[in-house]
Design a protein around this ligand. Structure first.
Ligand SMILES: [Mn+2]
Length: 473
């Protein structure tokens, strides 16, 4: 059975959390971006024809938008296309679908959507505080949003109730709730408390993509369909470092491919009958998995429990969307260096992404330098390379978004990896300059040294890549 999963569409959203003072009004652009990515996801599912499509919540920005009726129609029209094509659709209610100031669950955006789609027998909706059990080749439990005001006890009892219906069978779990302690968020469901029969878990809510193994179980956080929050934005300096590293190791084509996977938000498609998945169910272990991907030989050899098979992030699993609008940020210390790196990064992004990035800057630089930088950025907007930026040196906002997130996502290339890269460069140069004068054995030794170092760097990159790098809260 083929399953498509997406989440946190936030249709109707016109803002980015934690961002003010854009150089122009971007609310229309924003609203269209969010609809574009939703439509692209629907289109992708129509083409790939999964048996089931699951949306894990926050389909709508139902709490804030006055445009809610139009937005519900946009959502319904998209979902109808899947339902008409015979694809089953399972929608889970998220905290943004639910307007907490309206008590009546029948007077909520999702209730309306349910009425619109009620005629479809292949449509299923999981409302707030409820769950449903279904079959995706293996049992699958779907849980609507649970209020976290009093912690996770109600969510836990829902999971326990659901488990009691499984008769010991291992199951998928799809939930909007935050699972695991991977984001530095105090509000999360500890993995150790999740009933043990749930072995492959998908969660929404956190817009940052991440895939990992823990306690022999698999966790997939797919992330939102668009950037929602300044905390998700990619740091220019960090992107630049990644690019330089990838170019060194992979060459141009694969560098762009990796960049796309880092920057572009996306959807997941997978087959529940895949051998590797069945291993999770049958053994709960990965050692015996067979690797048929194009991952480097050494990685295939060195798979330990706890590592994610790279093919789960391969093209067959994660599908980045073209309509993603990149979101960059920077803490500027030296405006000239920053500008050089920014131009470089923007040039590369242009190669993978039709939409112009947004840029958020802050920094402690002289008034004169700041004004100079601002006029350069304005020129970039006029040139059509940047969509918008912030014009004033606004002090960093305290990130008080709904998830209470902080900048736990900063992730730079570790020093040891940079050292390996420097070493590779140094040996390559030496080979280049003195190769002819060296003994053959010595040359071979140096080449082997380069291969070993590259292997180490590639291991790090793939591991980082699997875990989602830095793309999106
Ligand atoms: Mn949410």
């Amino acid at each position: 059975m083929k399953v498509g999963v997406f989440t946190d569409t936030h249709l109707g959203s016109i803002l980015y959390r934690g961002v003010i003072n854009w150089s122009k009004d971007i609310s229309d652009v924003r609203q269209k971006d969010v609809e574009d990515s939703f439509k692209e996801a629907i289109h992708l599912f129509q083409e790939e024809k999964p048996n089931v499509v699951v949306h894990m919540g926050d389909l709508l920005e139902g709490r804030a938008s006055a445009d809610i009726f139009r937005i519900i129609r946009v959502a319904a029209e998209g979902l109808k296309q899947l339902l008409d094509a015979g694809i089953r659709v399972i929608l889970m209610e998220g905290n943004h679908d639910f307007r907490s100031y309206v008590r009546d669950t029948n007077n909520q955006p999702f209730a309306l959507l349910d009425m619109i789609l009620a005629g479809y027998s292949n449509f299923k909706m999981v409302r707030k505080d409820t769950y449903t059990v279904d079959n995706l080749g293996h049992p699958a439990v779907f849980v609507g949003y649970h209020d976290e005001k009093n912690g996770f006890s109600r969510f836990l009892s829902t999971l326990q109730n659901a488990q009691s219906t499984l008769n010991g069978r291992r199951s998928f779990l799809f939930t909007h709730q935050t699972i695991g302690d991977r984001w530095g968020i105090p509000n999360h469901m500890p993995i150790s408390e999740i009933p043990k029969d749930f072995v492959f878990m998908f969660n929404g809510h956190i817009h940052k993509r991440k895939l990992w193994m823990e306690e022999g179980r698999m966790f997939a956080n797919i992330g939102s369909l668009e950037y929602q929050d300044r905390g998700e934005a990619w740091d220019v300096d960090e992107l630049w470092k990644h690019l330089k590293l990838y170019e060194r190791i992979f060459g141009e084509k694969d560098t762009l491919r990796m960049l796309k996977r880092m920057i572009c938000k996306g959807v997941v498609l997978f087959s529940t009958s895949e051998v590797k998945l069945n291993h999770i169910y049958e053994r709960g272990k990965y050692e015996k998995l067979r690797y048929d991907s194009e991952a480097p030989e050494r990685l295939r050899r060195n798979v330990n429990e706890g590592e994610i098979p790279p093919e789960f992030w391969a093209d067959s699993f994660y599908h980045p969307l073209r309509s993603t609008r990149p979101f960059l940020k920077a803490k500027v210390k030296d405006s000239k260096t920053f500008y050089v790196k920014l131009r470089y990064v923007l040039e590369k992004i242009k190669g993978i992404c039709p939409k112009k990035p947004l840029l958020w800057i802050e920094g402690e630089i002289e008034e004169g330098d700041w004004n100079d930088l601002v006029s350069k950025l304005k020129a970039l907007e006029e040139e059509g390379v940047l969509e918008a930026t912030n014009r004033r040196n606004v002090p960093p906002l305290q990130l008080t978004n709904t998830h209470g997130m902080t900048h736990h996502f900063e992730h730079i290339v570790p020093q040891r990896v940079l050292n390996d890269v420097r070493e590779i460069v140094a040996i390559e140069r030496k080979l280049d300059e003195q190769g002819r004068n060296l003994k053959r054995a010595e040359r071979e030794h140096m080449r082997k040294n380069i291969e070993d170092l590259k292997g180490k760097v590639i291991d790090w990159i793939l591991k980082e890549w699997q875990q989602g790098g830095n793309d999106g809260v």
